[in-house]
Write a protein that binds this ligand. Structure first.
Ligand code: XMP
Length: 515
């Protein structure tokens, strides 16, 4: 299958920031894909690239076994931008000279632009850039001219505008190169002649057509969790095939206050989507009775989930496709190299082990999108902001925020406290600086005094963190007023709670969730 949209291929030579290059290109509204430098040439060709970006990487071009430039790149005659190692590779390949620099250059550098055209069109003649390299260009290849230099790199940018080949020693993709996006845009628009037509609207149109082609008149099932990825997938597939899609929403009884109703309202009542709602609260709580070990809880919930999904899917009759909200970081992280052709799989390879004897084909329309792009598509599809902007929520739900055994009573206590935490922080944080917040219910009781009497009540822990991606996190510096309001309201409004604490640990050493 050949893709006819304008695509720039980024070849990854092992850079830590290769994903960022893909994001920057997409921010210029040009579709891009990141492929390993040794990807099969036919995979790259299938994307019909309008240009190439060669990423940085840890190797030195002279090292034995260093990654090389695939022949198809220059043979294509398409524009190329080499970044750091990519620039050195281009130089080496075209007969220029690369050598170890006397001093490694790492960190911020002042770039002096010698030619204010091509890559540097409309940019000032001095720029702050981020450098991270040991080798440098001593002699550019024939036909190239020097476009910019730093004190340590006499050839910090070079270009051969006739052949539309460019190299830069610094990293335009990182935030420490403040005008990096402008430079990338110049490459895309001027060198590659791209228009920047990749918008949420264009993506939706393309994906709807692709899902229709794939599914034909088949039947599709989707496990809806109410999270961003599965919700946007549902809305998109529904737009493509309407009633051929059935969503199965299993309520394990471990959701936050009002969450199940919100998902049903959005999808069934407002979008008219075929939604099977399974209230499996009794089944899950029964299975969790007496279970207090965190890992055991997760296992019990995961297994039960699979079993219920299987049961409900079978009731629907013949299902040909399973739609999933897989997104690009999942694909990149699993180093998957497969192209967007449909893959027939045994479902136990996926979704935490779906039944072995059901044979689905996967529909994954968000497979090449980053999370923030998924959110934009969701908004464009008309999903409410409460769903599109939803914070991450663990699959096992409130069970991992209730330490010890999960009971109806404890769920009720936690839900009431959590609703207060969410209401107060969201009102105080309209710009979403806080990344995630919730209440947890530890296994602690403490003595208090309420009215004229002694109380022996439960403790609620409030957790609020700032983070980029959940991998690391810091506790959020909430204002005294917000903390006071949360504490007062919880103790006054949630029966049985007489003490509130604020969790001031970062991750690491703690995790965001309490279990
Ligand atoms: P931790 O607690 O590991 O959490 O610091 C990092 C982020 O992941 C979320 N989380 C989960 N998400 N299934 C999920 O889909 C899970 O089992 C799960 N456990 C944790 C957590 O909310 C935080 O945002």
């Amino acid at each position: 299958m050949t893709i006819d949209r304008e695509t720039v291929v980024i070849l990854d030579f092992g850079s830590q920031t290769a994903q960022l290059i893909a994001r920057r290109v997409r921010e210029c509204q040009v579709y891009s894909e990141l492929l390993p430098a040794d990807a099969p040439p036919e995979d790259v060709q299938a994307l019909n690239p309008a240009g190439f970006i060669l990423s940085g990487g840890p190797a030195s071009v002279y090292e034995p076994g260093a990654p090389t430039l695939p022949d198809y790149v220059l043979a294509s005659g398409k524009p190329v931008l080499g970044i750091c190692y990519g620039m050195q590779l281009l130089t080496h390949h075209l007969g220029g000279e690369v050598a170890p620099a006397e001093r490694r250059e790492y960190g911020l550098a002042e770039l002096h632009v010698d030619k204010l055209d091509a890559l540097f069109r409309n940019l000032p003649d001095a720029l702050t850039v981020w450098m991270s390299h040991g080798d440098r260009i001593e002699q550019p290849p024939a036909g190239f001219r020097v476009l910019a230099h730093t004190d340590n790199s006499p050839i910090a940018a070079m270009g051969d505008p006739g052949r539309r080949l460019y190299g830069i020693q610094f990293h335009p993709e990182v935030v420490h190169t403040p005008r990096g996006c402008d430079l990338i845009r110049n490459f895309l628009h001027d060198a590659c002649g791209l228009r920047g037509a990749w918008t949420p609207g264009a993506f939706i149109e393309e994906s709807v057509a692709a899902v229709r082609r794939q599914v034909g008149d088949g039947q599709v099932a989707l496990g809806l969790s109410g999270g961003v990825d599965s919700s946007v997938t549902a809305a998109l597939v529904h737009r493509a095939v309407g009633d051929q899609l059935t969503c199965i929403f299993v309520d394990h009884g471990l959701l936050r206050a009002g969450e199940a109703d919100q998902v049903i309202d959005t999808f069934r009542r407002n979008m008219g989507l075929r939604l099977v709602f399974v209230d499996a609260t009794d089944e899950f709580l029964g299975a969790l009775r007496g279970v207090s070990d965190p890992e055991k809880k997760r296992q019990v919930i995961g297994e039960r989930f699979v079993r219920i999904f299987e049961r409900e899917a079978r009731k629907l009759g013949q299902i040909d496709f399973l739609a999933q909200g897989t997104i690009y970081p999942d694909v990149i992280e699993s180093a998957a190299r497969d192209r967007p052709h449909a893959k027939r799989i045994k479902t136990h390879h996926n979704v935490g082990g779906l039944p072995e004897d059901m044979d689905f084909e996967l529909v994954e329309p968000l497979r090449y999108l980053f999370k923030d792009e998924v959110r934009n598509i969701g908004l464009e599809l008309g999903l409410p902001a409460e769903i599109v902007r939803r914070q991450p929520f663990p699959g096992p739900g409130l069970a991992v925020r209730i330490l010890g055994e999960v009971t109806r009573k404890r769920l009720e206590t936690l839900r009431a406290a959590d609703a207060i935490v969410c209401t107060e922080i969201s009102a105080a944080d309209p710009k979403h600086h806080v990344w995630q917040y919730f209440a947890a219910l530890p296994l602690v009781r403490s003595v208090g005094v309420m009215g004229d009497g002694r109380s022996y009540g439960h403790l609620i822990a409030v957790r609020a963190v700032t983070s980029q991606d959940g991998m690391t996190a810091d506790w959020a510096r909430l204002s005294d007023e917000v903390l006071t309001r949360i504490s007062t309201r919880i103790v006054n409004e949630v029966p049985g709670v007489n003490r509130v604490v604020y969790d001031i640990t970062s991750k690491p050493p703690a995790t965001i969730e309490w279990e």
